[in-house]
Ligand binder design. Structure first.
Ligand SMILES: Cc1ncc(C[n+]2csc(CCOP(=O)(O)OP(=O)(O)O)c2C)c(N)n1
Length: 679
């Protein structure tokens, strides 16, 4: 962009035009880590940016419309997690211009004293700037900025010299100014400045209406361009000299191009946390607990610089990640009482019962070059699913901008999954985030379904090292059978999908049917089904395939992880039926198999939105993905000649299950205690 008339013309012509840039702050805006398109996240991003960034002050301008959104209304409480010693500061500017697109705003119509009380109750000291006359307003705003800056520095200096004592009262600015301020006052006889009509395009008809064009010209002239630019369109030197130099320029702030500031995580060797698996499917362990131990040591390693945080809606213990509390605390700068468990003002485990805050803080944290994980209940990840989408879009657009340096990935761990929310019931059973991420571009979206602890560790290590992705990892927290030793797990995860030959019984001529699984519970049911078939129908030749990287299923043209077709056929054969058990909604697998050899031979069983408060096995029965259903499907699809008795036996077992669970409130022992045996 040259600094002359041609440059100005280019700047103006790209603004909100086809092939140009959006009309709001976006990826293309140098100096931005925040997309202003989907409103609601400005404060939460600002706080994420300043955590563990003691010298950074983020000024966040909150529209009174944006202030009506749930995430923004929740974001004010971020100040209860901000440590004046080790974090930076956020200076919110609540901008009350009275209108959204066409209606009045809630806060815009509130009385000053109510707004004052609201913000004070949230933990802020309110500084008002109000008026209509531009010059005094500029002075007032500058003075207020100076005052707030001094207050922030005083709070920080005191806390850093004397140590943290109590939550500070941080400043906030409330700016009351006109919407469309200094724009056209009246258009076509109707008031515009100070009204909703000023939203975005105050003069809608400049191309067709000469009066509108004239008003536009007058409006632009009101800024006196002749005083601002020389005859070649270059900013006059005395104004250009006002801008700071180098990294102090707003557009060159390295915090807003976080890749520039990345310090690699001090990651321990994940193999040290693996479980010893000498024989597949013989021991049950909580897989996520191993990840908790790995993260405990990541916290130790990231003590200097502090560049790792865990974000979670108060489920760290429940998700079996509690080992992190051996070295780290939950963060709160509020009152702490003796009975509290691992709560401290400098904690870096961020527990707040708001998926929006967890995700938004993490987004701000990674976009400024640090690392983290958002661990949440699977069903409630949908609360912030739209933020996941927006972050993925941000990353996707950033790929086209060579000056944007890649940032650490946004890692989302879904535990407490749909299959094992037996006590909570239907509200807690929803695997929808997989579908959401599946729809995103392969360049930036990844979905992993590790079947056990060792695969989870390998996947997590990969995700923590990666850049510019949204990594979705799905695994349950309950004790579960462990399948693979470390080295096999590493190879399995690197390949994305492998044949588990120990679970199949195929011979040189290949299988009659392939049983495939993606997800921990589907893996259990598939392997158990293979075991039953080996036992009751030994002449049926079965292959078991496990998929850990969901995105290896679509063709490589759709996703970079897509397996080459020859490899895909090696795994799934070219023509044999495939009975596929899937963690999420079954149509998701069908959608990504499009373009593969004979996709119609894939028969997917997955979550069909059948849920309730019930036993773990009843969940797979209700969703027709149980080992008995998979057995019957394999017999049916392979046209197995002597299927009758085994089909009948499976039906009998399903009825027995129904009776047993209702009488005993638990699963049948042969299901509950099932482990792999070779005979
Ligand atoms: C989540 C979301 N919902 C709806 C919109 C559509 N929208 C764009 S601007 C706007 C009004 C914003 O008002 P305010 O925050 O007060 O900003 P102003 O333009 O008045 O400064 C709305 C509703 C949006 N961008 N994001």
């Amino acid at each position: 962009m040259s600094q002359d008339t041609a440059g100005l013309r280019r700047l103006f012509r790209q603004f909100s035009t086809p092939g140009g840039i959006p009309s709001h702050d976006s990826v293309t805006t140098p100096g931005s880590i925040h997309e202003g398109g989907e409103l609601g996240y400005v404060l939460v991003h600002a706080f994420g940016a300043v955590f563990d960034n003691p010298d950074l002050i983020a000024v966040a301008v909150v529209g009174d419309g944006e202030a009506e959104t749930g995430p923004l209304a929740g974001s004010w409480k971020s100040v209860k997690f901000l440590n004046p010693v080790s974090d930076g500061a956020v200076l919110p500017v609540l901008h009350l211009n009275g209108y959204k697109i066409s209606g009045p705003t809630v806060l815009g119509r509130d009385r000053d004293e109510d707004i004052q009380k609201l913000l004070e109750a949230c933990g802020y000291e309110v500084h008002w700037v109000e008026g209509v006359d531009p010059l005094p307003m500029h002075q007032a705003f500058a003075t207020t900025l100076d005052t707030c800056y001094a207050k922030i520095r005083t709070i920080q200096t005191q806390a850093r010299e004397e140590g943290f004592s109590k939550r500070p009262i941080w400043p906030v600015i409330v700016l009351r100014s006109l919407k469309g301020w200094t724009g056209p006052k009246f258009v076509d006889g109707l008031p515009v400045e100070g009204t909703f009509r000023a939203h975005q395009v105050p003069l809608p008809n400049v191309r067709q209406d000469p009066d509108h064009l004239k008003m536009l010209e007058q409006w632009m002239h009101s800024y006196r361009p002749q005083d601002l630019f020389d005859e070649n369109g270059r900013l006059v030197p005395e104004l250009a000299a006002l801008a700071p130099k180098g990294d102090r320029r707003m557009g060159a702030n390295p915090h807003a191009n976080g890749g520039k500031l990345i310090v690699d995580l001090d990651l321990p060797d994940f193999r040290a946390y693996s479980l010893s698996v000498t024989k597949p499917a013989t021991e049950r362990h909580e897989s996520t607990r191993q990840l908790g131990k790995l993260m405990r040591d990541m916290f130790k390693g990231s003590a200097r610089p502090k560049n790792f945080r865990l974000f979670c809606p108060d489920e760290t213990n429940s998700n079996r990640l509690g080992n992190v509390f051996e070295v780290e605390n939950r963060c709160s700068v509020g009152k702490i009482i003796p009975i509290d468990d691992h709560v401290a003002a400098d904690g870096r485990v961020m527990e707040v019962l708001s998926e929006h805050l967890c995700q938004g803080w993490l987004e701000g944290y990674v976009l400024t070059g640090r690392h983290g994980l958002f661990a949440t209940y699977e069903a409630f990840a949908m609360v912030s699913a739209s933020m996941t989408v927006q972050h993925t879009k941000w990353l996707e657009k950033s790929l086209a901008l060579p000056w944007r340096i890649p940032v650490p990935s946004l890692n989302i761990l879904l535990t407490s999954t749909c299959w094992r929310n037996d006590h909570n019931g239907f509200s807690h059973q929803g695997p929808g985030l997989i579908d959401t991420v599946l729809a995103m571009k392969g360049t930036v979206a990844r979905i992993y379904l590790p079947p056990d602890a060792n695969c989870l560790l390998s996947v997590a290590d990969h995700c923590f090292r990666s850049r510019n992705y949204v990594n979705l990892i799905v695994i349950d927290k309950q004790p579960q059978l462990q399948w693979l030793n470390t080295e096999t797990a590493i190879k399995h995860c690197a390949a994305g999908a492998t044949i588990w030959s120990w679970a199949g019984n195929e011979e040189a001529r290949g299988p009659d049917v392939v049983l495939a699984a993606a997800g921990d519970i589907p893996t259990l049911e598939v392997v158990a089904a293979a075991w039953l078939l080996r036992k009751h129908a030994p002449s049926l030749k079965v292959r078991v395939v496990n998929v850990v990287d969901l995105m290896c299923l679509p063709p490589p043209i759709i996703h970079p992880h897509g397996l080459e077709e020859t490899r895909f056929v090696e795994l799934f054969t070219a023509a044999k039926p495939v009975v596929f058990a899937f963690h999420g909604y079954q149509r998701a697998v069908h959608s990504i198999l499009h373009g593969r050899t004979k996709p119609e031979r894939f028969h997917v069983r997955g979550f069909i939105d059948e849920g309730t408060t019930t036993t773990p096995f009843d969940m797979v029965v209700r969703n027709k993905m149980s080992r008995f259903h998979l057995c019957m499907e394999a017999l049916r699809r392979s046209d197995y000649a002597q299927a009758g008795p085994l089909m009948q036996w499976c039906e009998t077992m399903l009825s027995k299950h129904q009776t047993y669970t209702r009488a005993n409130f638990q699963d049948m022992p042969e299901v509950r205690d099932w482990i792999w045996t070779d005979t």
